[in-house]
Design a protein around this ligand. Structure first.
Ligand code: CA
Length: 245
């Protein structure tokens, strides 16, 4: 129930789902997000989060802790994505461990922040996720870069996240779409794995290329008629990848 201190109903508040079982932390985050004019629903378990996500009103973003009592945040994120829900997810990882971050991003998270974090940074990350979402929409409205493209037999709508290959719907995670978009925006150019990690994953000083290769393989399975002999996302020996529209 809104109380007298609530923001006047001039605009509908942006609704966030905060999935965090540490009550003290959840209460502090909720208070600060509410002071920032967000409407916050707190879920203390994966199960509560799944129930909240059934709400027809939906959420503008999800702040998702990795360590939950009933399910880990990675698995929950994968389930959210495989259910076709592409709400931006900011993951709270327990430590500054690149493997954890990569795991979160592979599970379909959009960004991550390591605990302990400074509150202003968390707020900035949440706003950045929401801006990115709006940016996608504005691009469409302003007739900016085309958000629907075709690659061979595939049609990709970067705004609605709808992907069809030979007429069949295919689900891509946000990060898979980001990687694909990056390739589409750099046609014919050789891009290194390191560059992809920095520009798409926002990972700096992270040296393994395996993650990039895994994602490229996934994209090839969808977009290459013969994934073993790719014609769109080409490997360039010793250099990286090259996208050929
Ligand atoms: Ca926790």
């Amino acid at each position: 129930m809104p109380d007298e201190a609530s923001t006047p109903a001039a605009t509908t508040p942006v609704r966030l789902l905060l999935v965090e079982d540490e009550e003290h932390l959840a209460a502090g985050l909720r208070l600060n997000l509410e002071l920032d004019a967000f409407e916050v629903v707190v879920a203390g378990t994966g199960r509560e989060a799944a129930e909240a996500l059934l709400s027809p009103r939906g959420f503008a973003a999800i702040v998702l802790d990795v360590m939950l009592p009933d399910i880990d945040g990675f698995t929950l994120c994968e389930r959210i994505r495989s259910a076709g829900n592409y709400t931006p997810v900011l993951m709270l990882t327990a430590r500054n461990d690149p493997e954890d971050r990569v795991r979160g991003l592979e599970a379909g998270a959009d960004d991550y922040i390591s605990k302990p974090f400074e509150l202003p940074e968390l707020l900035a990350r949440v706003r950045s996720l929401l801006r990115r979402r709006h940016w996608d929409r504005r691009e469409e409205k302003s007739g900016g870069p085309r958000s629907v493209i075709t690659i061979g037999d595939a049609r990709v709508d970067f705004e609605s996240h709808e992907v069809t290959v030979r007429g069949e719907a295919v689900k891509l995670t946000r990060l898979e779409l980001d990687l694909l978009r990056y390739f589409v925006e750099h046609p014919g150019k050789v891009v290194s794995r390191q560059q992809l990690l920095e520009d798409v994953w926002k990972l700096h000083n992270y040296s393994t290329a395996r993650t990039v290769d895994n994602f490229v393989s996934r994209l090839r399975r969808h977009f290459e008629p013969d994934p073993q002999n790719p014609t769109h996302i080409l490997s360039v020996r010793g250099a990286g990848y090259k996208f050929v529209p």
